[in-house]
Design a protein around this ligand. Structure first.
Ligand code: ADP
Ligand code: MG
Length: 332
């Protein structure tokens, strides 16, 4: 038999190209990535799996549902109605009641540092709106008094309050829990979600290694990475949302004892937990409490954490798998 070498090579090349093309199309079909603006922040959904696009669609719907009920700034939400219009007997979902109860538990365990009733103080500062401002000191004191007198009544799914509530410190973490439930249904091989700095990892990476999540030093650079399997990695820090007035930065996490943005030795607190809602509330609470009391609170829960101080010291719980990449930062 006579072999036409040129023809054979061409056929092989074509076959090779077809195989590569099929591979690329196949991989592209399985890999999903999308960025959206939700919950007042950028969220990114990435993952690989046959139905990852459907999972993403359902996750976005779930977030919309959470916002429609729980956003204190959306004038059409149920919480807005409770805060501003009805004040009583508003019927909420089981999810909302769960978050309310968890918030109250963390309020108790943090000595009031985490307090969803701080909404009137947050409004004075204008956080959540377009016109932030520095309030008068006497206004802050008077409003704090109001907050102290807030009563929240829960009867089954009915909620009443004489104050105003804000789930901003916990709802985004909870959205991560909802997202995980959805991922469990579609079971992609892995997914990494970023809800405005809250990282949710699902499944396992193709190369079998753990997910490495970078932690910001407060100036937009990563100083360390934590290695995790399936987890929520949630950071609170004053650098994330703030406004500037006369050269002073005012951030959005309020010290419940002063009514001013929390100010202590901390840059940030990162909490790692199976529960996004818990990690979110604890990170906010610890940021208010400071290093020592924050660690005491962390030790009441089965979570891991990383506290970063202004003098570049890094304090962690013993069970964490952390790697410091910037030599200016020291592990304590
Ligand atoms: P982010 O939502 O930006 O990730 P946090 O989880 O730390 O940050 O939550 C901050 C939000 O929580 C604020 O924007 C506000 O809505 C609310 N908040 C501020 N201070 C407190 C506090 N002491 N306790 C509970 N919620 C708070
Ligand atoms: Mg939080």
């Amino acid at each position: 038999m006579k072999i036409n070498v040129k023809k054979t090579i061409i056929i092989f090349l074509i076959l090779f190209a077809v195989i590569i093309a099929i591979d690329v199309i196949f991989l592209q079909n399985n890999y999903y990535e999308g960025t959206f603006f939700k919950m007042d922040t950028n969220i990114t959904i990435r993952g690989e799996g046959e139905n990852m696009d459907l999972a993403a669609r359902d996750i976005l719907t779930a977030i919309d549902e959470i916002e429609a009920e729980m956003s204190a700034n959306n004038i059409e939400s149920k919480l807005y109605k409770l805060n501003n219009i009805s004040k009583e007997n508003e019927l909420f979902s089981d999810d909302f009641i769960y978050l309310l109860n968890l918030s109250e538990e963390i309020k108790k365990n943090s000595g009031g540092a985490f307090n969803i009733a701080l909404k009137p103080v947050i409004d004075l500062w204008g956080f959540g709106g377009n016109y932030p401002k520095v309030p008068k000191d006497n206004e802050i004191k008077a409003t704090l008094q109001e907050v102290q007198n807030t009563i929240i009544e829960v009867d089954a799914n009915n909620v009443s309050t004489n104050g105003k509530l804000d789930l901003g410190g916990i709802a985004k973490g909870f959205a991560g829990d909802k997202a995980r439930e959805i991922l469990n249904i579609y079971s992609p091989s892995y997914a990494i979600l970023d809800f405005g700095g809250n990282i949710i990892t699902y499944g396992s990476k193709p190369d079998g290694t753990e997910f490495k999540i970078g932690i910001d030093n407060g100036e937009g650079n990563i100083f360390a990475t934590v290695s995790v399997k399936e987890c929520n990695v949630i950071t609170s820090g004053g650098y994330q949302r703030y406004f500037e007035k006369n050269g002073v930065k005012y951030h959005h996490i309020i010290d419940s004892t002063t009514g001013y943005p929390a100010e202590n030795e901390l840059i940030s607190v990162t909490v790692l937990s199976d529960s996004g809602a818990l990690a979110d509330a604890l990170s906010t609470a610890c940021y208010v409490l400071g290093l020592e009391k924050g660690m005491e609170l962390i030790n009441k829960y089965e979570v891991e954490s990383v506290f970063l101080t202004k003098d570049k010291k890094v304090y962690t719980t013993p069970g964490i798998n952390i790697e410091i990449s910037d030599p200016e930062y020291t592990l304590q």
